[in-house]
Structure formats: structure tokens, C-alpha cells
Design a protein around this ligand. Structure first.
Ligand code: 5GP
Ligand code: ZN
Length: 135
């Protein structure tokens, strides 16, 4: 995808703060970080989202995230860490090239990455389950 910013960054056509690279992935620092060390795992091939990315590439992204997260935890001393992956505008995706967020968390970092729980009834949950299972 010649007009995709993350294709250009992943393939080194645009400079980035790279903290990991191999044949298939580049991990960069997010330029609008939620917290110190917020990084993005970018596949070098273009896939828009979770629905397009092949299983093997997704598994590769998870392996890279684990390795990079361990390094971030060791070097930056974060207290926790979120892995976040947005698909579609409704879910907050703004760059339509698959990416996995690695977000180190610090006590009192004042970020709000978790959701507000809702209260479906037991029947509503069963109905949703049956819809997903096609029953
Ligand atoms: P999304 O909302 O699509 O899941 O996440 C996109 C992320 O990419 C955002 O956190 C945003 O700050 C980051 N981002 C967007 N453009 C660039 C860029 O050109 N360089 C870097 N390093 N990060 C970017
Ligand atoms: Zn792309």
C-alpha cells in the first residue's frame, strides 16, 4: 500500500524510533504515547486489521510483543502493561494498518484504557452466547 503511513514506517521509508526489528516486523515508539514507552508492533506486510491478518502473522506479532514488553519492563520499570489492538473506527482504530499497542503502565499514570462495565441480565448473556454460537 503505497499511501499507507505504517507501510512506509515499517519498511524503513520513513524514519522512526525503532526499538525492535526483524524480517517481518518493526516495533516503533508511538509519537502520541499514552505513557512512557508506548510502542507499536507493525507487520511489514499491509493488513488492515485482525480480520485480514493471517494467523501466522498474528502469532508472530504476539511473540514480538512478548519479547519487547519484557525489555520495556526491565528497562523502564513499569508497574503493569496493556496490550491493545483496535479494529475499525468504532473501536478507535485511526491507522488502517494492523498494529498492536504495547502500553506500559505506571501507578498513577492517569490513563484510562479500561472500559466501563455494563450489567446485562443472565438471559441477555445467554441470548448473546446463542447468537454467537448460531443456536
Ligand atoms: P490506533 O488508534 O489506530 O489504534 O492507533 C494509532 C496510533 O498510531 C496512535 O496511538 C498514534 O499516536 C500513532 N501514530 C499515528 N501516526 C504515527 C506516526 O506517523 N508515527 C508514530 N510513531 N506513531 C503514529
Ligand atoms: Zn500499510
Amino acid at each position: 500500500m503505497s499511501d499507507c503511513i505504517f507501510c512506509m514506517i515499517a519498511n524503513g521509508e520513513i524514519p522512526s524510533n525503532t526499538i525492535y526489528e526483524d524480517d517481518d516486523f518493526r516495533v516503533i515508539l508511538d509519537n502520541g504515547p499514552a505513557t512512557k514507552g508506548h510502542a507499536l508492533v507493525l507487520p511489514k506486510q499491509h493488513y488492515a486489521n485482525l480480520f485480514e491478518i493471517p494467523e501466522e502473522t498474528l502469532a508472530g506479532a504476539a511473540k514480538v510483543a512478548k519479547k519487547v514488553a519484557a525489555n520495556i519492563k526491565e528497562k523502564l520499570g513499569c508497574d503493569g502493561l496493556n496490550l491493545v489492538q483496535n479494529n475499525g473506527e468504532a473501536a478507535g482504530q485511526t491507522v488502517m494498518h494492523f498494529h498492536l499497542h504495547i502500553i506500559p503502565r505506571y501507578a498513577d499514570d492517569n490513563q484510562h484504557i479500561l472500559w466501563n462495565p455494563t450489567k446485562p441480565t443472565a438471559e441477555e448473556l445467554v441470548e448473546i452466547k446463542n447468537t454467537i454460537l448460531g443456536e
